[in-house]
Design a protein around this ligand. Sequence first.
Ligand code: MRU
Length: 341
Amino acid sequence: MKAIEFKDEVLYLIDQRKLPVYEEIFECKTYKEVEYAIKEMVVRGAPAIGATAAYGAVLAAKEFVKDEKKVFLAEMKKALDLINKSRPTAVNLMWAVKRMKNVIAENSDLEPSGIYAKIKEEADVILKEDVETNKQMAKNGNEIVPNGATILTHCNTGALATAGYGTALGVIREAHYTGKNIFVYADETRPRLQGGRLTAWELVKEEIPAKLIADNAAATLIRDGKIDLILVGADRIALNGDTANKIGTFMLSVIAKQYNVPFYIVAPVTTIDFDIETGEEIDIEERSSDEVTHVYGNRVAPVGIDVYNPAFDVTPNENITGIITEKGIVKAPFKDNMLKL
Ligand code: MRU
């Protein structure tokens, strides 16, 4: 399954808003459609957003390639600044945009057509690198998965959330395919149900033994000794190890600590924000109240009720057993060890 594919100057995305009921493709022919796709969560998951943003730069370059260089460069800046703001928390987005801006700066002596070619080359590298990174992370992470482990996961961190294979779900895949006889509990992850709709879809497709649970069931499973390991992804990791991930992750980490269940973050180095010291500096996205008042377009809360809907929370470093990256597993002291990466 390819969540992101670029062919003949069109970006094809699996429309994740429609899964699992409809398996539809969303086509982006312009960078504005890319910005829309990220903002509206046609595509979501930190690494997937980064790769999509890179192809947004390709589509912008295609649009302005016939313009004179000065105009081309100004329009590229405008386009990349717009894409950069499409979602605030996942740092992979800003990382990909910065990488594209660097390619433009490094090749500014070329004509627009030459810069366009370099941008396309770089986007392809980002997509390819992400799959390789995920596979390496999966191998590293598999080392801490005991045989026969029951693993709890949150949100969707699979092939849909990345360029392929996945982060936390990538480790789960690897453990399954190396014959570890694992069992997965997937949180449904309200309000947008990325666990119920997307992780469950990937688990069913790959025939990985699993049960879907309401988020509220996780504490009982952990207390009753039914969970050996918790694996989650990340949207942004501060230098001290504080980690922003889908809302509800923090709550899981508190319960895990209380009952001594290992709690690991699985994320590529591109999700580490080396510019921020702690999680307090992470911008937490707040999304529309409709996500809480409605389920699948059906109203479940009364008209007139006010809503608080943060999309992410920050898990403090002291609740994290380790951060599994493609370069190895980082443990406390996180800052010292992360800087060695
Ligand atoms: O709002 P989303 O669906 O983009 O949030 C996704 C998550 O929180 C994931 O856990 C995170 O991006 C890691 S994905 C490999």
